[in-house]
Design a protein around this ligand. Structure first.
Ligand SMILES: Cc1cc2nc3c(=O)[nH]c(=O)nc-3n(C[C@H](O)[C@H](O)[C@H](O)COP(=O)(O)O)c2cc1C
Length: 398
Protein backbone atom coordinates (compact mmCIF):
# COMPACT_ATOMS: atom_id res chain seq x y z
CA UNK A 1 0.00 0.00 0.00
CA UNK A 2 1.63 3.34 -0.98
CA UNK A 3 2.30 5.98 1.67
CA UNK A 4 -0.50 8.57 1.74
CA UNK A 5 0.58 12.10 0.80
CA UNK A 6 0.73 14.59 3.60
CA UNK A 7 0.67 17.58 1.28
CA UNK A 8 -2.00 19.36 3.29
CA UNK A 9 -0.22 18.88 6.60
CA UNK A 10 2.77 20.64 8.13
CA UNK A 11 2.32 23.65 5.83
CA UNK A 12 3.37 27.11 7.01
CA UNK A 13 0.61 29.69 6.85
CA UNK A 14 1.00 33.38 7.72
CA UNK A 15 -2.29 35.03 8.69
CA UNK A 16 -2.69 38.80 8.50
CA UNK A 17 -5.74 40.17 10.30
CA UNK A 18 -6.92 43.74 9.82
CA UNK A 19 -9.61 45.67 11.67
CA UNK A 20 -12.90 44.56 10.19
CA UNK A 21 -15.87 43.03 11.94
CA UNK A 22 -15.30 39.71 10.12
CA UNK A 23 -12.20 39.23 12.28
CA UNK A 24 -14.56 37.37 14.63
CA UNK A 25 -14.31 34.41 12.22
CA UNK A 26 -10.54 34.19 12.57
CA UNK A 27 -10.43 31.91 15.63
CA UNK A 28 -12.48 29.41 13.60
CA UNK A 29 -10.08 29.70 10.67
CA UNK A 30 -7.10 29.27 12.95
CA UNK A 31 -8.71 26.18 14.50
CA UNK A 32 -9.15 24.68 11.03
CA UNK A 33 -5.53 25.41 10.19
CA UNK A 34 -4.23 23.70 13.32
CA UNK A 35 -6.67 20.80 12.88
CA UNK A 36 -5.16 20.30 9.41
CA UNK A 37 -1.84 19.96 11.30
CA UNK A 38 -0.51 23.14 9.68
CA UNK A 39 1.48 25.83 11.47
CA UNK A 40 0.24 29.40 11.66
CA UNK A 41 1.91 32.70 12.55
CA UNK A 42 -0.47 35.62 13.04
CA UNK A 43 0.08 39.34 12.41
CA UNK A 44 -2.64 41.71 13.62
CA UNK A 45 -3.03 45.41 12.91
CA UNK A 46 -3.67 47.65 15.92
CA UNK A 47 -7.32 48.06 14.99
CA UNK A 48 -7.78 44.27 14.51
CA UNK A 49 -7.18 43.92 18.25
CA UNK A 50 -10.50 45.71 18.81
CA UNK A 51 -12.33 42.93 16.99
CA UNK A 52 -10.65 39.72 18.17
CA UNK A 53 -8.54 39.14 21.26
CA UNK A 54 -4.87 38.36 20.61
CA UNK A 55 -4.98 35.98 23.57
CA UNK A 56 -7.62 33.83 21.84
CA UNK A 57 -5.47 33.58 18.73
CA UNK A 58 -2.33 32.97 20.77
CA UNK A 59 -4.02 30.08 22.57
CA UNK A 60 -5.28 28.54 19.33
CA UNK A 61 -2.04 28.92 17.39
CA UNK A 62 0.20 28.05 20.32
CA UNK A 63 2.44 30.98 19.33
CA UNK A 64 2.84 34.62 20.19
CA UNK A 65 0.84 36.98 18.05
CA UNK A 66 2.74 39.61 16.07
CA UNK A 67 1.44 43.14 16.56
CA UNK A 68 2.98 46.56 16.03
CA UNK A 69 3.65 46.93 19.74
CA UNK A 70 4.74 43.37 20.38
CA UNK A 71 7.70 42.09 18.42
CA UNK A 72 11.05 41.27 19.85
CA UNK A 73 12.67 39.69 16.81
CA UNK A 74 14.58 41.84 14.36
CA UNK A 75 12.88 42.52 11.01
CA UNK A 76 9.93 40.20 11.77
CA UNK A 77 8.17 41.04 8.47
CA UNK A 78 11.13 39.56 6.54
CA UNK A 79 11.55 36.58 8.85
CA UNK A 80 7.83 35.76 8.78
CA UNK A 81 7.47 36.08 5.02
CA UNK A 82 10.63 33.99 4.47
CA UNK A 83 9.06 31.32 6.67
CA UNK A 84 5.56 31.40 5.13
CA UNK A 85 4.42 29.22 2.22
CA UNK A 86 1.27 31.32 1.86
CA UNK A 87 0.19 34.70 3.28
CA UNK A 88 -3.54 35.04 3.92
CA UNK A 89 -4.92 38.50 4.72
CA UNK A 90 -8.38 38.01 6.20
CA UNK A 91 -10.33 40.09 6.73
CA UNK A 92 -8.70 42.73 4.60
CA UNK A 93 -10.13 46.18 5.35
CA UNK A 94 -10.57 48.86 2.71
CA UNK A 95 -7.76 50.68 4.50
CA UNK A 96 -5.27 47.81 4.44
CA UNK A 97 -6.23 46.97 0.85
CA UNK A 98 -5.45 50.56 -0.20
CA UNK A 99 -2.11 50.51 1.60
CA UNK A 100 -1.04 47.24 -0.02
CA UNK A 101 -2.11 48.48 -3.46
CA UNK A 102 -0.10 51.68 -3.00
CA UNK A 103 2.93 50.02 -1.44
CA UNK A 104 2.48 51.74 1.92
CA UNK A 105 4.28 49.84 4.66
CA UNK A 106 3.41 51.69 7.87
CA UNK A 107 2.71 48.65 10.03
CA UNK A 108 3.87 45.04 10.37
CA UNK A 109 1.08 43.57 8.26
CA UNK A 110 1.48 45.92 5.31
CA UNK A 111 5.30 45.65 5.52
CA UNK A 112 4.95 41.86 5.35
CA UNK A 113 2.63 42.22 2.34
CA UNK A 114 5.36 44.15 0.53
CA UNK A 115 8.05 41.68 1.55
CA UNK A 116 6.12 38.49 0.70
CA UNK A 117 7.44 36.33 -2.13
CA UNK A 118 4.99 33.47 -1.42
CA UNK A 119 1.40 33.50 -2.79
CA UNK A 120 -0.69 36.22 -1.12
CA UNK A 121 -4.45 35.63 -0.70
CA UNK A 122 -6.55 38.67 0.13
CA UNK A 123 -10.09 38.40 1.52
CA UNK A 124 -11.72 41.87 1.49
CA UNK A 125 -14.69 42.26 3.84
CA UNK A 126 -16.66 45.44 4.34
CA UNK A 127 -19.98 47.20 3.93
CA UNK A 128 -21.43 46.84 0.43
CA UNK A 129 -21.18 50.58 -0.38
CA UNK A 130 -17.55 50.63 0.72
CA UNK A 131 -16.84 47.56 -1.39
CA UNK A 132 -18.44 48.99 -4.53
CA UNK A 133 -16.66 52.34 -4.13
CA UNK A 134 -14.43 52.91 -7.20
CA UNK A 135 -11.41 53.52 -4.94
CA UNK A 136 -11.74 50.02 -3.46
CA UNK A 137 -12.48 48.43 -6.85
CA UNK A 138 -9.43 50.11 -8.38
CA UNK A 139 -7.22 48.91 -5.55
CA UNK A 140 -8.53 45.37 -6.05
CA UNK A 141 -7.80 45.61 -9.78
CA UNK A 142 -4.22 46.75 -9.00
CA UNK A 143 -3.62 43.75 -6.74
CA UNK A 144 -5.11 41.33 -9.27
CA UNK A 145 -2.90 42.76 -12.01
CA UNK A 146 0.08 41.99 -9.80
CA UNK A 147 -0.97 38.35 -9.56
CA UNK A 148 -2.33 38.61 -6.02
CA UNK A 149 -5.41 36.50 -5.40
CA UNK A 150 -8.31 38.69 -4.24
CA UNK A 151 -11.43 36.76 -3.22
CA UNK A 152 -14.88 37.88 -4.19
CA UNK A 153 -16.75 38.68 -0.99
CA UNK A 154 -20.03 36.83 -0.53
CA UNK A 155 -23.50 38.28 -0.81
CA UNK A 156 -25.50 38.18 2.40
CA UNK A 157 -26.32 39.82 5.71
CA UNK A 158 -23.61 42.23 6.80
CA UNK A 159 -22.77 43.16 10.38
CA UNK A 160 -23.79 46.77 9.71
CA UNK A 161 -27.39 45.57 9.43
CA UNK A 162 -27.79 45.65 5.65
CA UNK A 163 -27.61 42.84 3.16
CA UNK A 164 -25.26 42.93 0.18
CA UNK A 165 -21.89 41.95 -1.23
CA UNK A 166 -19.12 42.36 1.30
CA UNK A 167 -19.11 39.32 3.59
CA UNK A 168 -15.89 37.45 4.18
CA UNK A 169 -16.22 33.82 3.04
CA UNK A 170 -16.58 31.21 5.77
CA UNK A 171 -13.35 29.68 7.17
CA UNK A 172 -14.06 26.42 5.30
CA UNK A 173 -14.03 28.30 2.00
CA UNK A 174 -10.83 30.15 2.93
CA UNK A 175 -9.23 26.77 3.69
CA UNK A 176 -10.08 25.57 0.17
CA UNK A 177 -8.32 28.63 -1.27
CA UNK A 178 -5.32 28.05 0.99
CA UNK A 179 -5.04 24.42 -0.13
CA UNK A 180 -5.37 25.46 -3.76
CA UNK A 181 -2.55 27.99 -3.30
CA UNK A 182 -0.36 25.40 -1.61
CA UNK A 183 -1.02 22.59 -4.06
CA UNK A 184 1.05 21.69 -7.09
CA UNK A 185 -0.78 23.02 -10.19
CA UNK A 186 -0.12 20.12 -12.51
CA UNK A 187 -3.70 20.14 -13.87
CA UNK A 188 -3.64 23.75 -15.06
CA UNK A 189 -5.83 24.20 -18.12
CA UNK A 190 -7.44 20.75 -17.77
CA UNK A 191 -11.20 20.30 -17.78
CA UNK A 192 -12.58 17.78 -15.30
CA UNK A 193 -16.16 16.52 -15.18
CA UNK A 194 -17.18 14.65 -12.02
CA UNK A 195 -20.47 12.96 -11.18
CA UNK A 196 -21.17 12.54 -7.47
CA UNK A 197 -23.80 11.49 -4.97
CA UNK A 198 -26.83 9.24 -5.31
CA UNK A 199 -29.81 9.51 -7.63
CA UNK A 200 -33.38 9.60 -6.39
CA UNK A 201 -35.83 7.62 -8.49
CA UNK A 202 -39.26 8.78 -7.43
CA UNK A 203 -42.12 6.30 -7.01
CA UNK A 204 -44.65 9.01 -6.19
CA UNK A 205 -44.24 12.68 -5.14
CA UNK A 206 -43.03 11.74 -1.63
CA UNK A 207 -41.11 8.45 -2.00
CA UNK A 208 -38.06 7.42 -3.91
CA UNK A 209 -35.59 4.56 -4.43
CA UNK A 210 -32.00 5.52 -3.67
CA UNK A 211 -28.78 4.46 -1.94
CA UNK A 212 -26.72 5.89 0.95
CA UNK A 213 -24.10 7.67 -1.21
CA UNK A 214 -23.06 11.00 0.38
CA UNK A 215 -21.03 12.30 -2.57
CA UNK A 216 -17.93 12.57 -0.33
CA UNK A 217 -15.63 10.57 -2.62
CA UNK A 218 -16.80 12.33 -5.79
CA UNK A 219 -16.46 15.78 -4.27
CA UNK A 220 -13.03 14.87 -2.88
CA UNK A 221 -11.95 13.97 -6.45
CA UNK A 222 -13.46 17.24 -7.70
CA UNK A 223 -11.81 19.44 -5.07
CA UNK A 224 -8.48 17.72 -5.49
CA UNK A 225 -8.49 18.40 -9.25
CA UNK A 226 -9.48 22.02 -8.58
CA UNK A 227 -6.67 22.41 -6.01
CA UNK A 228 -4.31 21.15 -8.73
CA UNK A 229 -5.40 23.90 -11.11
CA UNK A 230 -8.12 22.20 -13.18
CA UNK A 231 -11.46 23.74 -14.09
CA UNK A 232 -14.04 21.41 -12.56
CA UNK A 233 -17.71 20.83 -13.21
CA UNK A 234 -19.69 18.52 -10.94
CA UNK A 235 -22.99 16.87 -11.82
CA UNK A 236 -24.33 16.00 -8.42
CA UNK A 237 -27.27 13.99 -7.21
CA UNK A 238 -28.98 15.21 -4.02
CA UNK A 239 -26.23 15.65 -1.38
CA UNK A 240 -25.57 17.88 1.62
CA UNK A 241 -23.83 21.07 0.55
CA UNK A 242 -20.88 20.60 2.94
CA UNK A 243 -18.75 19.15 0.17
CA UNK A 244 -19.10 22.12 -2.14
CA UNK A 245 -16.52 24.81 -2.54
CA UNK A 246 -16.88 28.00 -4.54
CA UNK A 247 -14.31 26.89 -7.09
CA UNK A 248 -16.46 24.00 -8.29
CA UNK A 249 -19.26 24.56 -10.76
CA UNK A 250 -22.00 22.29 -9.46
CA UNK A 251 -25.13 21.31 -11.37
CA UNK A 252 -27.72 19.50 -9.28
CA UNK A 253 -29.79 16.66 -10.72
CA UNK A 254 -32.18 14.18 -9.16
CA UNK A 255 -32.59 11.14 -11.39
CA UNK A 256 -30.30 8.93 -13.49
CA UNK A 257 -31.97 10.18 -16.68
CA UNK A 258 -31.30 13.80 -15.69
CA UNK A 259 -27.71 12.92 -14.81
CA UNK A 260 -27.18 11.32 -18.21
CA UNK A 261 -28.50 14.45 -19.93
CA UNK A 262 -26.19 16.69 -17.90
CA UNK A 263 -23.19 14.43 -18.56
CA UNK A 264 -23.93 14.38 -22.32
CA UNK A 265 -23.96 18.20 -22.39
CA UNK A 266 -20.52 18.41 -20.74
CA UNK A 267 -18.78 15.38 -22.22
CA UNK A 268 -17.06 17.06 -25.17
CA UNK A 269 -15.68 19.76 -22.87
CA UNK A 270 -13.99 17.31 -20.49
CA UNK A 271 -10.40 16.04 -20.61
CA UNK A 272 -11.11 13.80 -17.60
CA UNK A 273 -14.45 12.28 -16.65
CA UNK A 274 -14.81 10.85 -13.15
CA UNK A 275 -17.96 8.80 -12.69
CA UNK A 276 -18.21 8.68 -8.91
CA UNK A 277 -22.01 8.99 -8.63
CA UNK A 278 -23.94 6.01 -7.28
CA UNK A 279 -26.52 5.98 -10.05
CA UNK A 280 -29.66 3.93 -9.47
CA UNK A 281 -29.79 0.96 -11.85
CA UNK A 282 -33.60 1.00 -11.97
CA UNK A 283 -36.52 3.43 -11.85
CA UNK A 284 -40.22 2.70 -11.52
CA UNK A 285 -42.04 1.92 -14.73
CA UNK A 286 -45.17 3.80 -13.78
CA UNK A 287 -44.56 6.90 -11.65
CA UNK A 288 -47.66 7.82 -9.64
CA UNK A 289 -48.41 11.55 -9.78
CA UNK A 290 -50.39 11.16 -6.51
CA UNK A 291 -49.13 9.76 -3.24
CA UNK A 292 -49.72 5.99 -3.16
CA UNK A 293 -52.24 5.09 -0.45
CA UNK A 294 -51.73 2.29 2.03
CA UNK A 295 -55.31 0.97 1.73
CA UNK A 296 -56.13 -2.18 -0.25
CA UNK A 297 -53.87 -5.16 -0.57
CA UNK A 298 -51.14 -6.02 1.98
CA UNK A 299 -48.55 -6.05 -0.73
CA UNK A 300 -47.40 -3.48 -3.24
CA UNK A 301 -45.58 -4.60 -6.35
CA UNK A 302 -43.51 -2.07 -8.22
CA UNK A 303 -42.40 -2.69 -11.78
CA UNK A 304 -38.92 -1.35 -12.43
CA UNK A 305 -37.19 -0.54 -15.69
CA UNK A 306 -33.46 -0.23 -16.21
CA UNK A 307 -31.88 3.21 -16.11
CA UNK A 308 -29.34 4.22 -18.74
CA UNK A 309 -25.76 3.16 -17.99
CA UNK A 310 -24.04 6.56 -17.89
CA UNK A 311 -20.47 5.22 -17.67
CA UNK A 312 -21.04 2.92 -20.66
CA UNK A 313 -22.60 5.81 -22.59
CA UNK A 314 -19.56 7.99 -21.82
CA UNK A 315 -17.36 5.07 -22.95
CA UNK A 316 -19.16 4.99 -26.31
CA UNK A 317 -18.91 8.76 -26.86
CA UNK A 318 -15.32 9.06 -25.60
CA UNK A 319 -13.14 11.36 -27.71
CA UNK A 320 -9.43 11.05 -28.46
CA UNK A 321 -7.26 11.86 -25.48
CA UNK A 322 -10.18 11.88 -23.05
CA UNK A 323 -9.62 9.86 -19.88
CA UNK A 324 -12.58 8.04 -18.32
CA UNK A 325 -12.44 7.01 -14.68
CA UNK A 326 -15.29 4.88 -13.35
CA UNK A 327 -16.15 3.65 -9.89
CA UNK A 328 -17.40 0.19 -9.02
CA UNK A 329 -19.10 -0.21 -5.64
CA UNK A 330 -19.01 -3.96 -5.00
CA UNK A 331 -19.72 -6.32 -2.13
CA UNK A 332 -17.96 -9.46 -3.41
CA UNK A 333 -15.15 -10.33 -5.84
CA UNK A 334 -14.55 -6.58 -5.89
CA UNK A 335 -11.52 -6.44 -8.20
CA UNK A 336 -12.83 -9.16 -10.53
CA UNK A 337 -16.15 -7.39 -11.12
CA UNK A 338 -14.42 -4.05 -11.52
CA UNK A 339 -12.05 -5.44 -14.17
CA UNK A 340 -15.00 -6.77 -16.12
CA UNK A 341 -16.69 -3.31 -16.01
CA UNK A 342 -13.47 -1.57 -17.09
CA UNK A 343 -13.42 -3.54 -20.33
CA UNK A 344 -17.18 -3.62 -20.99
CA UNK A 345 -17.62 0.16 -20.51
CA UNK A 346 -14.48 1.23 -22.41
CA UNK A 347 -13.03 3.01 -19.34
CA UNK A 348 -9.37 3.90 -18.84
CA UNK A 349 -9.46 3.41 -15.08
CA UNK A 350 -11.89 1.97 -12.60
CA UNK A 351 -11.80 2.49 -8.85
CA UNK A 352 -13.05 -0.66 -7.15
CA UNK A 353 -14.65 0.03 -3.81
CA UNK A 354 -15.52 -2.74 -1.34
CA UNK A 355 -18.47 -0.99 0.28
CA UNK A 356 -18.77 -3.65 3.01
CA UNK A 357 -15.16 -3.30 4.22
CA UNK A 358 -14.55 -1.59 7.59
CA UNK A 359 -14.17 2.22 7.19
CA UNK A 360 -14.96 2.03 3.50
CA UNK A 361 -17.77 2.92 1.13
CA UNK A 362 -20.84 5.11 1.61
CA UNK A 363 -20.86 8.12 3.95
CA UNK A 364 -17.55 7.39 5.70
CA UNK A 365 -14.68 9.91 5.58
CA UNK A 366 -12.28 7.07 4.83
CA UNK A 367 -12.10 4.55 2.05
CA UNK A 368 -10.14 1.73 0.48
CA UNK A 369 -9.98 1.83 -3.30
CA UNK A 370 -8.21 -0.26 -5.92
CA UNK A 371 -7.29 1.72 -9.03
CA UNK A 372 -7.40 -0.71 -11.95
CA UNK A 373 -6.22 -0.03 -15.48
CA UNK A 374 -4.79 -2.08 -18.33
CA UNK A 375 -1.37 -1.61 -16.76
CA UNK A 376 -2.21 -3.03 -13.33
CA UNK A 377 -3.74 -2.32 -9.95
CA UNK A 378 -2.77 0.17 -7.24
CA UNK A 379 -4.48 0.28 -3.85
CA UNK A 380 -5.19 3.33 -1.70
CA UNK A 381 -6.46 3.53 1.82
CA UNK A 382 -7.12 6.46 4.16
CA UNK A 383 -9.09 9.68 4.17
CA UNK A 384 -11.15 10.17 1.00
CA UNK A 385 -9.53 13.59 0.72
CA UNK A 386 -6.02 12.11 0.66
CA UNK A 387 -6.95 9.16 -1.53
CA UNK A 388 -8.40 11.54 -4.13
CA UNK A 389 -5.07 13.37 -4.33
CA UNK A 390 -3.14 10.10 -4.71
CA UNK A 391 -5.52 8.76 -7.33
CA UNK A 392 -5.00 11.90 -9.42
CA UNK A 393 -1.22 11.54 -9.02
CA UNK A 394 -1.44 7.96 -10.26
CA UNK A 395 -3.71 8.89 -13.20
CA UNK A 396 -1.50 11.85 -14.21
CA UNK A 397 1.58 9.64 -14.06
CA UNK A 398 -0.22 7.36 -16.55
C1 LIG B 1 -17.24 48.84 14.42
C2 LIG B 1 -16.37 48.99 13.21
C3 LIG B 1 -16.43 48.04 12.22
C4 LIG B 1 -15.65 48.15 11.09
N1 LIG B 1 -15.72 47.19 10.13
C5 LIG B 1 -14.99 47.33 9.01
C6 LIG B 1 -15.07 46.35 7.98
O1 LIG B 1 -15.81 45.35 8.10
N2 LIG B 1 -14.31 46.50 6.87
C7 LIG B 1 -13.50 47.58 6.70
O2 LIG B 1 -12.88 47.68 5.64
N3 LIG B 1 -13.38 48.50 7.67
C8 LIG B 1 -14.11 48.42 8.81
N4 LIG B 1 -14.00 49.36 9.79
C9 LIG B 1 -13.03 50.47 9.63
C10 LIG B 1 -11.63 50.04 9.99
O3 LIG B 1 -11.60 49.47 11.29
C11 LIG B 1 -10.68 51.21 9.89
O4 LIG B 1 -10.58 51.62 8.54
C12 LIG B 1 -9.32 50.92 10.47
O5 LIG B 1 -8.51 52.05 10.33
C13 LIG B 1 -8.67 49.76 9.74
O6 LIG B 1 -7.35 49.60 10.16
P1 LIG B 1 -6.42 48.44 9.62
O7 LIG B 1 -6.67 48.36 8.16
O8 LIG B 1 -5.05 48.88 9.96
O9 LIG B 1 -6.79 47.22 10.37
C14 LIG B 1 -14.77 49.27 10.94
C15 LIG B 1 -14.69 50.23 11.96
C16 LIG B 1 -15.48 50.10 13.08
C17 LIG B 1 -15.39 51.14 14.16
Amino acid sequence: MPQMPEWKHNRRILLGISGGIAAYKLPYLLRKITKAKCEAEVIMTSSAKNFVAPMTLETLSGRKIWTDDNFDAAIPHIRLTDWAEVFVIAPCTANTLAKIAQGIADNLLTSAALAASCPVLVFPAMNERMYSNPAVQENIAILKRRGIFVADPEDGDLACGVSGKGRMPEPEEIMHEIFRALCVHDMNGKHVLVTAGPTHEYIDPVRYISNPSSGKMGFAMARSAWYRGAEVRVISGPVEAYSFCDGLKVEGVTTAVEMLEAVRKNLDWADYVVKAAAVGDYRVKDYSAHKLKREGSDELTLSLVQNPDIAAEAGKLKHDGQVLIGFAAETDDVVLHAREKLARKNLDYILANDVLAEGSGFRTDTNTLHLISSSGTQSFSGLKEDIAFDVWSAVLAG
